[in-house]
Write a protein that binds this ligand. Structure first.
Ligand SMILES: Cc1ncc(COP(=O)(O)O)c(C=O)c1O
Length: 320
């Protein structure tokens, strides 16, 4: 059988690359004289959007020469990663089981995310909190693979070293799309740290001076450690994480953040949600307002997608 190429994969999955790079405004950017651009990775694909595509790209390409037969991966009931991976597996004819955090959920109405996974013939395997905490333990992963008869496990969030190279592609696209522009800083949301590590990767020629992760969960030093582990020997000084913008923790929100997202969405075609992009956009605006980002700066916001997690009971339709 002829092995398909990467460009055939992009065509087969209808991936839209390079993602657009657009100048946008935030509520306080014009008054403070800060130029804001957004890398619209949310437009890469209606389902495999944002950092989901970036983190899975290398893995999906490798599946064209040696496809697994049954893949498992971990996530919560609204996981963007499980959603994207289930869709990819369905498109590529690979069996998929989502290992879902929350045994109690099996007796409840499924979230729209899990409903979609079932619609794409993915299986759901619910586990309790204690078991879920063992998701990186090789013995537990082997146990699950044996039990579910799977031959490959992808870590939660698609966050593995293979993910970094896909994220780093963003630099090439930005330099190609706006060769004249230098960005003082780039901001992106951080949960597992793989996307920030991929962007920081020091081998990439980049037009970005400093990389700022916006913690979407309470994780002072823990998140820095995760990014450091991904970077390994590639340590790099031009990055840090802002810890003041998680609004109470992972998937937690505040009335102010909700109002910010609603107001933003009502006035822009670009949409944000309160778990990832909303916290990142809020952080950028606050840093501009308070002078942490200096007047005259040029800022790049990475829209990492994830709008599906914000749905009411509605299915995303994808034309093939
Ligand atoms: C939409 C979205 N943005 C950002 C992140 C955080 O990325 P990372 O886990 O690579 O730090 C995630 C989680 O993977 C996500 O789903």
């Amino acid at each position: 059988m002829r092995v398909k190429t990467e460009s055939e994969l992009l065509t087969d999955l209808a991936i839209n690359l390079p993602s657009p790079l657009e100048q946008i405004s935030l509520p306080d950017s014009a008054a403070k004289g800060v130029e804001v651009w957004c890398k619209r990775d949310d437009l890469i694909h209606p389902i495999i959007s944002g950092n989901k595509w970036r983190k899975l790209q290398q893995t999906l390409v490798s599946w064209y020469s040696s496809p697994p037969s049954h893949v498992i991966s971990f996530g919560g009931p609204y996981s963007n990663h499980l959603h994207a991976l289930a869709f990819c597996c369905a498109q590529l004819g690979i069996a998929f089981t989502a290992v879902v955090r929350g045994k109690y959920l099996q007796h409840q109405v499924l979230s729209p995310t899990l409903q979609d996974i079932c619609h794409w013939q993915g299986q759901l395997h619910f586990v309790n909190k204690t078991d879920y905490q063992r998701r990186t333990d090789p013995a537990y992963i082997d146990e699950l693979k044996n039990y579910l008869q799977a031959d490959l496990c992808i870590p939660e969030g698609g966050s593995q070293s293979a993910a970094l190279q896909g994220v780093a592609e963003i630099h090439k696209e930005v330099s190609y799309q706006q060769p004249e522009l230098m960005f003082d800083l780039a901001l992106l949301p951080v949960a597992s740290g793989a996307s920030l590590a991929g962007l920081v990767n020091k081998h990439q020629a980049t037009s970005i001076n400093t990389f700022v992760g916006v913690a979407v969960l309470k994780g002072k030093s823990y998140l820095e450690e995760l990014v450091g582990q991904f970077l390994g020997q590639e340590q790099h000084t031009r990055w840090h994480i802002e810890h003041e913008y998680h609004h109470g923790g992972y998937a937690k929100t505040s009335a102010d953040l909700l109002a910010f997202c609603e107001h933003y969405n009502a006035n822009n075609s670009l949409q944000i949600e309160p778990v990832y992009s909303g916290k990142c956009f809020w952080a950028a605006n606050d840093m501009i307002k308070t002078g942490k980002i200096r007047p005259g700066s040029r800022v790049l916001l990475l829209h990492t997608g994830g709008l599906q997690g914000n749905r009411a009971h509605k299915r995303i339709n994808v034309s093939k």
